[in-house]
Design a protein around this ligand. Structure first.
Ligand code: SF4
Length: 365
C-alpha cells in the first residue's frame, strides 16, 4: 500500500492521529439513524444490508421512511424472502433504481434459504450475493461485523479529495482517492465500523457538498484543501454530457366497471417489474416527434386541448416528457402484462415516481 505524507508528517504519525480525531468527533456527534445500533449494541446485519442497498445513490432522508416500512412489514430476512415480489416492488415504489428492489428480494431468498438466514462475513461470499458489489460488501463487512475494509462512498471520496487536495477530476481520481482512504482503513482492527460511519457522518454534516463547514471539522488542522484555500472546489468533476430528452404518451383507459388499465413492466429494463400506466414508446424529442400509440390503444395522437397536459421526469440518463391522454381500446388483443385494476388511492398506487406524477395529474385534471 502506498503511504502518504501530509504537513511534513509521515503516515505512521498522521494515520493514527486522523483516526483518533474522527472517532473522538463521532463519540460526541454521531447521527442517530434507524438502522444504526445504539451505544455499544451489536448491529443487525439484516438492517445494515437493507439500509446499504437502499442508500445506493439515494439520500438518508429519502431512505429513512422506506427502511422503517420494510422492517415493519418484514422484520427479518426470512420474512422478506417469503414476501411476494410484487409486494416488495410496491413497497419500494418511489425510491428509484428498481433493479435494487428485485436484487434485494433475490438476495433475501439466498440468505434465508441457502445460508440459513446468516449473512456471510467474508468479502467474496458477500460479493456473490445479488445486488452486493464492492461498496456494499465493504460496508456490510465493516459496519455489521466490525471487520476492516475500505468503504468508499461519495462522502468519503469528498473528504479524501479535500484532505489531500486532490485536483484530478472524478471519476478518473477514484482509484487515487480509494488508495488514500485505504491507509486509514487497512489494518484498523479497533473500531472499523465506527470509523467508516464517522467519516460518512462528517461528509454528510460537515464536509458537505458546496460549502464545507471547516470551523467545525475535526480534521481541519491537517486538511490540505483547506490550507490551500481550494476545499470548496473539490472534488473536481468531469463536465457532464448533455442529457438526451425523450417524449411519449401516457394513457388513462377506463372500462365500464370504472377500472383502469395498468401494465406490469417487463422484469428487465427501466422500471422493470413495476406496476405502471400504459404508455407509447418514448422517442427522441424534436419539433414534430412521431409518437404512435400501441396497436391496442385508440389514439388520435392529438389532444382536444390546445396545450396538452404533460409531466416531466428526470432519469439518470435522460429527461422524459409524458403527454397525458385519456383513451379507449381498439379490438387488438391486450399484450402480456396488461391488466384491469380498481382505481387505487393516490398513496397506494405502488407506481414508480414518473407514473405516480402522471396518475396524480390525471386525477387532478
Ligand atoms: S477541513 Fe474543511 S475541507 Fe477539510 S475535511 Fe474538514 S470540512 Fe472538509
Amino acid at each position: 500500500m502506498t503511504r502518504t505524507k501530509t504537513n511534513n508528517k509521515s503516515a505512521d504519525e498522521f494515520v493514527p492521529e486522523f483516526r483518533g480525531q474522527v472517532l473522538n468527533w463521532y463519540d460526541k456527534h454521531q447521527r442517530i439513524l434507524p438502522w444504526r445500533a445504539a451505544g455499544g449494541k451489536v448491529p443487525d446485519p439484516y438492517h445494515v444490508w437493507l439500509s446499504e442497498i437502499m442508500l445506493q445513490q439515494t439520500t438518508v432522508g429519502a431512505v429513512k421512511p422506506y427502511f422503517l416500512k420494510f422492517i415493519e412489514m418484514w422484520p427479518s430476512v426470512e420474512d422478506l424472502a417469503a414476501a411476494e415480489t410484487e409486494d416488495v416492488m410496491k413497497a419500494w415504489a418511489g425510491l428509484g433504481y428498481y433493479a435494487r428492489a428485485r436484487n434485494l428480494h433475490k438476495c433475501a431468498k439466498v440468505v434465508a434459504y441457502e445460508l440459513s438466514g446468516v449473512f456471510p462475513r467474508d468479502e467474496s461470499a458477500l460479493k456473490a450475493l445479488p445486488g452486493v458489489g464492492d461498496y456494499t460488501s465493504a460496508a456490510i463487512r465493516t459496519i455489521a461485523f466490525n471487520k476492516p475494509a475500505t468503504v468508499m462512498d461519495g462522502n468519503i471520496e469528498r473528504i479524501m479529495a479535500r484532505y489531500f487536495a486532490v485536483t484530478d477530476p472524478l471519476p478518473k481520481s477514484k482509484p487515487q482517492l480509494k488508495m488514500l482512504a485505504a491507509q486509514f482503513f487497512d489494518g484498523f482492527e479497533a473500531r472499523p465500523g465506527d470509523f467508516a460511519q464517522a467519516l460518512m457522518d462528517i461528509g454528510a454534516t460537515i464536509c458537505i457538498g458546496k460549502t464545507p463547514r471547516c470551523v467545525l471539522c475535526p480534521l481541519a488542522e491537517g486538511c490540505q484543501g483547506k490550507a490551500k484555500g481550494i476545499a470548496e472546489t473539490l472534488p473536481r468533476k468531469d463536465k457532464k454530457k448533455a442529457v438526451p430528452k425523450k417524449i411519449g404518451h401516457v394513457y388513462w383507459i377506463e372500462n365500464e366497471e370504472g377500472q383502469i388499465l395498468l401494465h406490469r413492466r417487463p422484469d428487465k429494463g427501466l422500471l422493470g417489474g413495476m406496476a405502471a400506466l400504459p404508455t407509447s414508446d418514448w422517442v427522441k424529442r424534436m419539433k414534430s416527434p412521431d409518437i404512435s400509440a400501441p396497436l391496442f390503444i385508440k389514439s388520435s395522437n392529438k389532444s382536444n386541448k390546445k396545450q396538452p397536459m404533460s409531466i416531466h421526469h428526470v432519469f439518470t440518463h435522460f429527461e422524459l416528457e409524458l403527454i397525458l391522454e385519456r383513451s379507449t381500446l381498439t379490438n387488438a388483443p391486450l399484450p402480456d402484462g396488461h391488466y384491469w385494476s380498481n382505481i387505487p388511492k393516490p398513496e397506494e398506487t405502488g407506481f414508480p415516481t414518473v407514473f405516480q406524477k402522471a396518475f396524480v395529474a390525471f386525477i387532478k385534471d
